[in-house]
Design a protein. Structure first.
Length: 496
């Protein structure tokens, strides 16, 4: 959302400004820390140079008064070797300050000259020349008159500024810490304010969307669309989409009412304009077949019989359609009574045994005395349909089994199990819809109306149960449904 991007951009700008200011403070702190370190290092190197020079002179004096003890000469040489490295370190510290570097160069020259004189002095001591010894000491004194002022001049500004530099460093460090804490506090506060304001804005706009969706569900008039100049605003796009969806739903409701009206008219037409004439025609054909209107030859008898069967089948299809419409519209009333599952199976077997024997299929029943509360005629219609389909799709010599088993304390599950070719996966999701039939091995559907399973589903759902299928191609199918148990104890078979 653009406003969200704006909030993010503002926060980023604040972050960049804060980081820039922090960078300047860090630079100042690092510069002050660098100057403090330089002052400490310069003072330390100068002190070491003094220390080495003084120790060298003392070692030579000790050598003189020790009657030529070589240990003092070794100590002198050690101190002498340390001086050049300290000079180089000192030069490195003042490399960016020309005046101080020039002083260090002069100090280096004094030390070089002093080294040469000290060497001469050492030689004079070894030779025992008093005159040369005095001359060397005079020369060292003159060098010292140059060396000491240079050292003092170089040391003085660093000693005087060390305290100031330390205070400046502490000041910069405190300023840096304070700025960090203050910046974090401002950053958190500002971010929280921006986020809260933005979320509050989104919540208010989202509430409009929620309210409109609820009004769509209640079929009420929607709140008006709030005009937004930016067409890319997602919430505005959703709001517009909700209004468009509501308009389309209203149009669909209008069309649905028209279709429902047309369906009612169609059902009425089937009921009055088709079923009644077909029933009359069936009656007439029956009279004709009985010879009421005179004798007819054998071929005529066959034609009349075939026509009568077709009309009976067509009347059955019309009755199925009308029953299905009544069940789905909630206009059919169930005549419930108590019956055991075994008694239900007995009624089914009475009507399906002949068909099973014709197809050379064996029917097996697992008896159950569980009492159910159902419309016996309608529920038997469901089981007959499932058993009929199982026989139709089972190979000769196979078995079809009827099982009733408890699901829980409230429902009984009735299953019809066959060992036929099974239902292909592409039909398993739609097989309970109207006019959906499983095709035979030749690719053609089995004879039938395609309404049996749809009617079975409607009857089961009217009883408050569910219907389903479990099938594997080549292994068979299990069609099942659940039906509510009765509160009557399962003792009817014993009482009878």
């Amino acid at each position: 959302m653009n406003k969200g991007l704006l909030v993010v951009a503002v926060l980023l700008l604040f972050q960049f400004a804060f980081i820039g200011y922090m960078s300047k403070l860090v630079d100042k702190y690092e510069l002050a820390l660098k100057e403090q370190t330089r002052a400490k290092n310069v003072i330390a190197h100068i002190q070491k140079l003094r220390h080495f020079g003084e120790n060298a002179a003392v070692d030579l004096a000790r050598y003189k008064h020790s009657n030529g003890d070589s240990a003092y000469i070794k100590m002198y040489e050690m101190e002498e070797r340390n001086i050049p490295s300290e000079v180089q370190k000192l030069k490195y510290e003042v490399r960016d300050r020309p005046k101080d570097l020039a002083r260090v160069n002069r100090i280096e020259k004094c030390l070089f000259d002093a080294k040469a004189v000290m060497g001469q002095y050492r030689q004079e001591l070894q030779d025992g020349s008093s005159f040369g010894e005095v001359a060397a000491l005079l020369r060292l004194a003159r060098i010292g008159m140059i060396f000491q002022p240079e050292i003092d001049a170089l040391l003085e500004p660093y000693q005087s500024s060390e305290k100031d530099i330390f205070e400046e460093t502490e000041k910069q460090r405190n300023s840096l810490y304070n700025t960090i804490f203050l910046g974090l506090a401002i950053n958190i506060g500002f971010s929280a304010i921006c986020v809260i304001a933005y979320v509050y804005h989104l919540r208010n706009r989202a509430q409009v969307i929620v309210e409109n969706t609820q009004r769509v569900d209640r079929k009420e008039t929607l709140l008006p669309i709030v005009f937004k100049f930016d067409s890319r605003d997602e919430i505005h796009i959703i709001d517009v989409a909700v209004h468009r969806m509501n308009a389309r739903l209203k149009e669909l409701d209008r069309k649905k009412e028209e279709i429902e009206q047309m369906k009612q008219e169609f059902v009425s037409m089937i009921s009055h304009d088709l079923r009644s004439p077909l029933t009359s025609l069936q009656f007439t054909l029956g009279l004709l077949a009985d010879g009421t209107y005179g004798d007819i030859n054998e071929t005529g008898q066959d034609r009349v019989g075939a026509a009568e069967k077709s009309i009976v089948r067509l009347i059955g299809l019309i009755n199925n359609l009308l029953d299905l419409e009544k069940m789905e519209s909630g206009m059919m009333t169930l005549k419930k009574s108590e019956i055991t599952a075994s008694e239900l199976f007995d009624e089914v077997l009475a009507s399906m045994t002949g068909f099973a024997e014709e197809k050379k299929i064996k029917l097996e029943v697992v008896p159950s005395d569980t009492v159910i509360n159902a419309d016996i005629e309608r529920l038997a219609q469901v089981v007959v349909n499932l058993v009929s389909n199982a026989i139709k799709f089972s190979p000769e010599g196979s078995r079809v089994k009827l099982i009733a088993e408890d699901v829980n304390s409230s429902f009984l599950k009735v299953s019809v199990i066959d060992h036929g070719r099974g239902v292909p996966k592409e039909f398993q999701q739609t097989i309970f819809e109207r006019f959906k039939q499983v095709k035979d091995s030749d690719g053609k559907p089995k004879k039938g109306t395609g309404l049996g399973l749809a009617i079975a589903k409607a009857i089961v759902e009217l009883h408050g149960g569910a219907i389903g299928l479990e099938s594997k191609e080549g292994e068979g199918s299990t069609f099942w449904f659940t039906v509510e148990k009765s509160a009557v104890p399962a003792l009817r078979s014993q009482d009878v």
